[in-house]
Ligand binder design. Structure first.
Ligand code: ATP
Ligand code: MN
Length: 464
């Protein structure tokens, strides 16, 4: 008999039908009347399925009574109306087939609540918990919604390389890619490591962004987006930074910073609406157990418009706030997480798009504004998380771009192909990067970014 996922069985109303399900036991209760209740989960939905296993089953004593938490089994039985609360249907088992038991003395996920910190130590088992399972479903829904959003708007999905020779952010936070023997790399005269003899014939790194390559495609195909892993060797142990994360980067030709802000706002709202519509059981769980008020916050994001202010206005708001920040807000320094949260949670109380940041601490490719001090950058900030989107209109003027690179101490020859894009049919264009994990955090209320990616990579942590 064909096996069905539990989420589909839970929607059925044809009591009396035969069904087969398979999954992992979450609880087993034995009744004095000589039968057992088993709660089975297969990850397809937040709720599990209740199974009634009668004492008359031929393997009741040998198998059913040994079905401990975490055991895997396949069950065939009859769909019946459930007299209990919380579910409409249950299964009266006719065949119980056990694939693997889980020793209750060893299996770490027993009935009691376990901290998220502890679950990180058992990252291979944590998807079997309510919370991490729900996070996985929301994350998948957000990924699917991303492709839908961009495909519906005629963006082409472009795969940009993960190995690169360019530091797209100019922040020097890159992991080196080499196949040298670290104990004995070839050396040039003078003793420096000779990367000319390395695999790629020059220094190579894991990409911090796919943007520069995406720009090349946008300046041929108009609207593109990348969606892939991104690597940053930032040694910052925060609750919103990973060394490996997934980024979505749209890039549009013939677009300016306002088009960019409009796209970012539409996209974030689309994502939130998508999970509200498609992950309601999971979100209700997060609202109840992880972050009170989550559903109200998300509904507010979908209904309201994002506030738009300039960096200069943001600094003025922060300076006038009377608040003592760890890092005082002053014109010329980047907004810190505490500033982002003050703006979105206290001052403005909704998502904010901050534009026109100082050239000094922004990347070389951002378009210089006429004031000579700022660039056409835009960050989207949301309550609880802070920045989820960073983007800009790109500098399309060859001479200005070359000058910006000189000021930032970058080697023009190295970026010859990027400069070529301004030499041949240059056009205004804009784009941004959205960190998938930050949106998973925002839509689930999960505090730590390590708990919204299956196997997090952070400083000193690559074990799974
Ligand atoms: P932050 O100031 O938070 O470090 P950033 O300015 O370095 O962010 P960008 O270079 O603009 O970020 O990257 C675009 C987006 O990618 C960010 O808005 C954020 O959503 C996400 N992002 C950046 N760095 C990380 C990271 N280390 N871990 C997870 N997501 C990240
Ligand atoms: Mn950063």
């Amino acid at each position: 008999m064909q096996r069905q996922l539990i989420k589909h069985v839970l929607e059925r109303t044809d009591v009396g039908a035969k069904v087969t399900v398979a999954g992992w036991v979450r609880t087993r209760r034995d009744s004095k009347g000589g039968f057992s209740f088993i709660e089975l989960h297969d990850g397809s939905s937040f709720s599990g399925l209740q199974i009634i296993a009668d004492g008359e089953l031929p393997n009741y004593e040998t198998d059913v009574l040994s079905l401990t938490i975490g055991s895997a089994a396949r069950i065939t039985g009859t769909l019946t109306e459930s007299p209990g609360q919380g579910q409409a249907v249950e299964i009266k088992a006719e065949v119980v087939e056990v694939f693997g038991f889980a020793d209750p003395d060893d299996y770490p996920l027993q009935k009691k609540r376990v901290s998220f910190e502890h679950l990180r130590e058992i990252a291979h088992l944590r998807p079997r918990t309510n919370t991490i399972g729900a996070v996985a479903r929301v994350r998948s829904a957000l990924s699917y919604a991303t492709h839908r959003f961009f495909q519906e708007r005629d963006f082409l999905y472009v795969h940009t390389p993960l190995i690169t020779a360019s530091d797209a952010e100019g922040a020097g936070e890159m992991f080196r890619v080499t196949n040298f023997n670290p104990a004995d790399p070839p050396r040039a005269e003078g003793g420096a490591v000779d990367y000319a003899q390395d695999f790629f014939g020059r220094p190579a790194f894991l990409a911090v962004s796919g943007q520069l390559n995406a720009e090349a495609y946008a300046l041929a195909l108009d609207r593109v987006y990348t969606f892939g892993p991104t690597f940053r060797a930032e040694n910052s142990n925060t609750r919103r930074h990973l060394a490996e994360f997934w980024m979505i980067e749209p890039e549009m030709a013939f677009a300016d910073i306002n088009d960019n802000s409009d796209l970012a706002e539409d996209y974030v709202k689309y994502l939130v609406r998508y999970v509200l519509d498609n992950c309601s059981d999971d979100l209700e769980f997060f609202n109840k157990w992880v972050q009170e008020g989550l559903l109200d916050t998300l509904a507010g994001v979908v209904d309201g418009s994002f506030e738009r202010i300039t960096y200069t206005e943001a600094v003025d708001i922060l300076a006038a706030s009377g608040e003592t920040f760890e890092f005082p807000a002053e014109w010329g320094s980047d907004l810190q997480s505490e500033h982002e949260r003050y703006l979105t949670e206290v001052a403005i109380k909704k998502p904010v798009i901050v534009t026109d940041f100082p050239f000094d601490f922004k990347a070389f490719y951002m378009r210089r504004n006429d004031d000579g001090k700022t660039v056409a950058a835009m960050d989207v900030l949301v309550p609880q998380i802070g920045e989820i989107v960073g983007g800009s209109q790109r500098e399309e003027r060859l001479d200005v771009l070359a000058e910006s690179m000189d000021i930032k101490g970058m080697d023009r020859d190295h970026y010859w192909w990027y400069l070529d894009l301004r030499r041949f049919g240059s056009a205004p264009h804009a784009g941004f990067g959205l960190g998938l994990e930050r949106v998973v955090q925002f839509t689930t209320g999960m505090q730590n970014i390590r708990d919204v990616i299956p196997f997090p990579r952070t400083p000193r942590n690559v074990g799974f």
